[in-house]
Design a protein around this ligand. Structure first.
Ligand code: SAH
Length: 360
């Protein structure tokens, strides 16, 4: 028997080719199946009640519905929920739901998605970086994080969309898994599926030359860039592999990055106590920000076990923020959420690898 196709890995066009070619079904079945998979989050072909029994049997013979399984859930006091997910080959990745309350008082979630098992970039402050790289995630695995969280939340589209925003800021470097990441963005965008508009999706990169332009030209997501240091020299210390693309070249690429009206690039700046939070760095950061159509997010460093770095002091962070504000740079401090549940990138999996939870 040949390996069955995981239907969740197929983009719309691929599903159509499979349905009409491989299965010999009429074209209209594609949209029906697509909606069951993406909108209604069906777990089995037998759930697809408006599809004739013999067609469901044929589907079950030729393909499968495979989503990641939740192997651990941790809830923070601040409402952050972190999932450790098991992929079909037994690998584990993390995804996090971060709550916020909208004007009407309704709780909405932003979900942080992983794109790779581990990461090859080895940034010195990052838990995932320490795990090393195992493999890329497929489109079905990337979006399976959304489907697993939706099922857990009881999120049903279009009636109750609880997950409102997606950020590709979990484990891995999205631009090093460009093909599946782009496919996932197209699928997210599909109006008869999850229907996420580009304004609700952000892809975060440490700055990889290949793929940056393709992401921009697609217009399928907003861009965030992990800057973390205002000079090439300091960036090399913090993110040695990312810094192989020289800061000057990265900034030049960001200057010509295609943006829609009112769209801004988000620059992420990890604030590490005594290392990149002084007046000199603030001045250098101001120069960078004034060159770009960008907004700046300051992220206080979330300490990880055995790390040589420390978080900034509250006064230090405030002083740094003030230096930027004084130069008319809009810097927003992103308070770390979920600190009681190892919510920083890669921390939960690292804790599991270290045997903190027994064998999940
Ligand atoms: N590889 C991509 C996306 C994943 S990392 C990127 O580099 O942008 C997502 C964000 O979490 C990055 O900005 C990363 O630098 C940050 N991060 C990693 N470890 C962290 C820590 N210990 N504390 C706070 N932020 C961290």
């Amino acid at each position: 028997m040949h390996d069955q196709v995981n239907i969740c890995d197929l983009a719309f066009g691929e599903l159509e080719a499979f349905v009409t070619g491989e299965l010999g079904l009429p074209r209209f079945r594609t949209l029906q199946i697509w909606q069951w998979i993406w909108r209604r989050n069906a777990r089995a072909f037998d759930d697809m009640t408006d599809i004739a029994k013999d067609v469901r049997v044929r589907l079950a013979e030729r393909c499968r519905i495979v989503w990641p399984e939740i192997s651990l859930v941790r809830k923070s006091e601040d409402g952050t929920v972190k999932f450790l997910l098991r992929l079909a080959d037994g690998e584990h990745v993390e995804t996090v739901l971060i709550p916020s309350t909208d004007k009407a008082g309704t709780t909405r979630m932003t979900q942080c998605l992983s794109t790779q098992v581990g990461c090859a970039m080895a940034c010195t402050f990052c838990s995932t970086g320490k795990l090393g790289f195992t493999r890329n995630m497929s489109m079905g695995e990337i979006l399976g994080q959304v489907q697993a969280a939706r099922a857990w939340l009881g999120d049903t589209l279009p009636e109750r969309p609880i997950i409102r925003n997606l950020v590709y800021m979990g484990m891995g470097e999205p631009l090093l898994n460009l093909k599946e990441v782009m496919k996932s963005l197209e699928t997210l965008h599909h109006q008869r599926g999850l229907a996420f508009s580009a304004r609700r999706v952000t892809v975060s990169t440490c700055g990889i030359k290949n793929g940056l332009r393709e992401l921009g030209d697609s217009g399928l997501a907003y861009l965030a860039v992990s800057l973390h240091a205002p000079t090439q020299e300091l960036r090399e210390r913090l993110m040695p592999r990312a810094a192989r693309w020289h800061l000057d070249d990265l900034l030049a690429a960001l200057e010509s990055y295609p943006l829609k009206t009112r769209e801004r690039i988000t620059l992420e700046y990890l604030v590490i106590g005594g290392l990149n939070d002084g007046p000199e760095q603030a001045r250098q950061l101001v120069r960078i920000c004034s060159r770009l159509k960008a907004k700046l997010n300051l992220i206080p460093y979330n300490p990880t076990p055995d790390s040589p770095y420390s978080p900034p002091s509250p006064e230090g962070l405030l002083a740094f923020e003030k230096m930027l504000w004084n130069k008319n740079i809009t810097a927003i401090v992103r308070k770390s959420k979920g600190q009681d549940i190892e919510a920083a990138c890669g921390q939960l999996r690292a804790a599991q690898d270290a045997g903190m939870f027994g064998n999940a």
